[in-house]
Design a protein around this ligand. Sequence first.
Ligand code: SAM
Length: 298
Amino acid sequence: MQNRRTDNKHDRPCRGKKDGMNSAFGSGHFFKKQFGQNFLSDDALLADIVADADLSPDDAVLEIGPGAGALTRHLAKAAKKVVAYEIDTDLKRLLSQNLADCPNAEVVFKDFMRATDEEITEKLGNDYAVVANLPYYITAPVITLFIEKVQRGARIKSLTLTLQKEVADRLVAKEGTADYGAITVALASVAEIALTRTIDRSLFYPVPNVDSAVVTIRFKGNRLNVADYSSFREITRCAFAQRRKTLSNNVMSYFKTDRTTAENWLSENGIDGSVRGETLSPQQFATLANNLYKLKRN
Ligand code: SAM
């Protein structure tokens, strides 16, 4: 869905020149591949991404990797407060220029993966939204980190992420498809996910080798009534351990049990052991996980 929206109903508090930006291109900034630096500057697209996030003027927003601050400026107009973590200290000057007229945007120069729950909560409260054009090398760790925070009871509102199209396809995949995997199931346990738009690679600088997409992940709490997330992760790991094997075979090797026990256990939970793990719905994973947890406690 390529839905361009150019109007921006929010007009505060970043004002100044029309785009207010000094581009990283031409600023002398040396783009660092190891930090996944592919910047966006198309204002219409950035406004669309912020619209996807569905922010309200009272929202607190966490951004991961502001780069030159193009998305940060749009976020600062739409939300009450933005805290952006940037690993590359070479971007200090450019970011302070580009965010000079955004008093509600704060940049923390630090590896986001080292930020603690406490420091984020201190800056943003408990119910913040995350918006990021993610560096490719930390896409899966960042998503997993937020899933686990929510599974531990954190009240994060949503993630609006620009990421590789092939990763986006995996996040929104339906059971029975090759893209469906452990991360799809983990996300489905706590959130509703939608792919809102695809982004042609030519809109990034430097131009990456792949196209991108925007996904919105809206957290909905424990929507599958999982009794114990550690058992849920265990059964998911088991089912996807060897994708070509049947579920019974994966249960046998993962739990070191015999065929009859594995097949009986699956069938007692309404599941045919001759299917592959990738055919199970998130709800079926929850059923198996809850039963596994019950068995562990007995
Ligand atoms: N938001 C900008 C945009 O859309 O143009 C830049 C996005 S660029 C894909 C990713 C940004 O994340 C870069 O600025 C990079 O330096 C930063 N980054 C990479 N790894 C990071 C990390 N571990 N913690 C914080 N920022 C990181």
